[in-house]
Design a protein around this ligand. Structure first.
Ligand SMILES: Nc1ncnc2c1ncn2[C@@H]1O[C@H](COP(=O)(O)OP(=O)(O)OP(=O)(O)O)[C@@H](O)[C@H]1O
Length: 356
């Protein structure tokens, strides 16, 4: 079994409508690893849906290949395509449930199409309803369910044929924040439990931050940035990535704390420094180290600790005062510990004088 379960190779998709052309995907190259949760984010019209829908061949690109489990799905048709699609479940923003069928009937639907025996269908439906927390709703109709419950039915139905891949098309966009959270937890749970690969598209960076292992950011049909979420969040390279990430991490330095540009440090003054940390280093007692090792005064102005999936991520803004060379050495020490250091302002000597 290969490590990659999905691979886009130079995929281009152009829509032609009434003589006009829209390039939805421009030479996309991406790989999704088996068992990961892969998020695709971008503004409206960036090409996310087109990319997602080319994985199960709901869209067919003009050029390039989309390999799923090693075989090119773009070239398949008939029974071979049906077979390949059985490995891929999908859930939708507006759930797409059959209104005339109960929860039981909706979950059973793909099993009926696959001609599973009735007794086995009933067993599997109960198992799936249990898994998504709807064991007591089997006889309810979609109209009697909340949005979150409808999406749970969607998930159970998508998992009925034990797919290897689950595609999620804005699966939480129609839900309130609390329900979104519970659906994301469910997705995370099925990902872990079954080693299911999940590819989701979203315009909510919070979704990426909460559950994704990898992310691709799209803009105007192109993948402008991709990689492990912690790496992209820690060092975004493009303006698009910066915008999304700043909003997710609430990481903007508060305006009142940003003073003049750092220049030469005046005698007796200090530095205002932003320290960003990611992963294990977040657990180190760095403030104590600054005080003990470098004999500095440390004044904490701002602190924020957050998580990217399970990885701690945070930033601190501190004012360091003391001997100039001790401050410089301490900054080097922090950088050597793997922390990102940004001097955001000098501290004027006047600011250090006690108030009269
Ligand atoms: N069937 C279609 N016919 C013509 N143009 C289309 C079609 N589907 C998508 N497009 C165009 O292709 C581009 C990419 O669309 P796509 O739906 O993939 O973007 P998206 O990032 O998913 O956007 P959204 O978040 O709004 O769903 C857009 O400019 C869109 O208008």
């Amino acid at each position: 079994m290969t490590q990659e379960i999905i691979e886009f190779q130079q995929v281009t998709k152009v829509y032609r409508q009434k003589g006009a052309e829209v390039v939805a995907l421009r030479d996309v190259n991406l790989t999704v690893a088996r068992g990961e949760i892969f998020g695709i984010i971008g503004l409206s019209g960036a090409g996310k849906s087109t990319l997602l829908r080319s994985i199960n061949r709901l869209e067919v690109p003009q050029s390039g290949r989309v390999l799923v489990d090693g075989s090119d799905i773009t070239g398949l048709s008939g029974p071979a395509l049906r077979q390949a699609r059985r490995k891929i479940g999908m859930i939708f923003q507006h759930f797409n449930l059959l209104a005339s069928r109960t929860v039981r009937g909706n979950i059973a639907f793909p099993l009926e199409i696959a001609k599973v025996a009735p007794a086995a269908i009933e067993r599997r439906v109960r198992e799936l309803a249990q898994l998504v927390g709807l064991a007591d709703k089997l006889d309810a109709y979609p109209a009697q369910l909340s949005g979150g419950q409808k999406q749970r039915v969607g998930i159970a139905r998508a998992l009925a044929n034990q797919p290897e891949i689950l595609l999620c098309d804005e699966a939480t966009s129609a839900l309130d924040p609390q329900t979104t959270q519970s659906i994301l937890e469910l997705l995370r749970d099925v990902n872990r439990r079954f080693g299911l690969t999940i590819v989701l598209i979203t315009h909510q960076i919070e979704v990426i931050k909460a559950i994704c292992d990898s992310v691709a950011m799209m803009e105007d049909g192109r993948v402008v940035e991709h990689g492990p979420v912690v790496e992209v969040f820690a060092q975004p390279r493009t303006a698009t990535a910066h915008r999304f990430i700043e909003s997710a991490l609430h990481g903007e330095v508060p305006a009142g704390l940003r003073l003049a540009e750092p220049g030469r440090m005046a005698a007796g003054a200090g530095r205002r420094v932003r320290i960003s940390f990611l992963g294990e280093v977040a657990r180190q007692p760095i403030i104590a180290a600054l005080i003990r090792r470098f004999d500095l005064n440390v004044n904490i102005l701002y602190a924020n600790l957050d998580f990217i999936k399970d990885t701690p991520f945070g930033s601190l803004i501190v004012e360091l005062t003391g001997a100039e060379d001790s401050i410089e050495k301490s900054l080097q020490y922090l950088a050597d510990q793997g922390l990102r250091i940004e001097v955001i302002a000098d501290v004027e000597p006047a600011a250090l004088e006690p108030a009269r």
